[in-house]
Design a protein around this ligand. Structure first.
Ligand code: COA
Length: 254
């Protein structure tokens, strides 16, 4: 079954995470499919907005933890990097519908979306420290900016989840809706965007992001290098192995 579904019509490309049995965790091939789709949406003049959505019970459990355990040479051409670079610099509007858990990159990718509609069951978390790694996708810069240092510390150092109401109050989410309506609300908003002049949308988004663009790109590179190093260290190996073995990690030696 296709784990990323792509649908393009009426000026909107909809990218659906479709790996519900693994809680929409994102594998290397899924990152590649999403990066390719974004490149297509960027170049296709008929497409004016993109929607990311999951299932009404789960947005995404983040990176596929089994992939983290596989030996890999970190590279800026790796699919996860291509995806992060493409979404963080994507010129057209991006809308997200988020229901249920949004873990790790399931939350940090939202920092690069323009409009986010959350089901009232949405639960956001960035448990990088609990996994022996560090923030990615520019989240070490963007999250403290969005919510202030202390609330960012709760999310990034303690790795505590926060719910839709808190996300709305902190500005990560535009509106809370019933989970079964989230995808339809996101599509409606994307269709509104798609009816507007594309050059005005693109120039406005670019101007809104201009002050931050270079520092976000630089921070993503720094985070990426540290993250890649930490993937080879004992704390993350223990955290990922413990998850796969369905036990609590033991960090007494890391
Ligand atoms: N990578 C790989 N597989 C994952 C996964 C991930 N990130 N998240 C869930 N899965 C798999 C589980 O291993 C399980 O597989 P199995 O049925 O073969 O045993 C299946 O998806 C269902 O997950 P489960 O944990 O039983 O579901 P749940 O409803 O109890 O909990 C979550 C849902 C999202 C809270 C929980 O799965 C979770 O915490 N996942 C890991 C999140 C994470 O740390 N991601 C990394 C961020 S960098």
């Amino acid at each position: 079954m296709n784990e990323i579904l792509i649908d393009s019509n009426a000026g909107v490309m909809t990218i659906t995470l479709n790996r519900v049995e693994k809680k929409n965790s994102i594998s290397v091939s899924m990152y590649a499919a999403m990066a390719d789709a974004l490149v297509q949406a960027e170049t296709d003049v008929a497409l004016r907005a993109v929607v990311f959505q999951g299932h009404e019970t789960i947005f995404s459990a983040g990176n596929d933890i089994a992939d983290f355990l596989k030996p890999a040479t970190p590279s800026q051409e790796s699919p996860v990097w291509r995806f992060l670079r493409t979404i963080s610099t994507f010129p057209k509007p991006v809308v997200a519908a988020v229901c249920g858990p949004a873990v790790g990159i399931g939350t940090t990718m939202l920092l690069h979306c323009d409009l986010v509609y959350a089901g009232d069951n949405a639960a956001f978390s960035m448990p990088f420290v609990n996994l022996g790694v560090c923030p990615e996708a520019g989240s070490s810069l963007l999250v403290p900016q969005m919510m202030g240092h202390q609330r960012a510390a709760q999310a990034l150092l303690l790795g505590e989840p926060f719910m839709a109401e808190a996300a709305l109050e902190m500005g990560l989410v535009n509106r809370i809706v019933p989970p079964q309506e989230a995808n339809a609300v996101a599509r409606l908003q994307a269709l509104k965007l798609a009816s507007k002049p594309i050059s005005s949308l693109v120039e406005t988004k670019r101007l809104m992001k201009k002050a931050q663009a270079a520092s976000v790109a630089e921070r993503m590179l720094e985070e990426g290098a540290i993250f890649a190093r930490m993937l080879g260290e004992s704390a993350s190996r223990e955290a990922f192995t413990a998850f796969m073995e369905k036990r609590k990690p033991d960090f007494s030696k890391s």
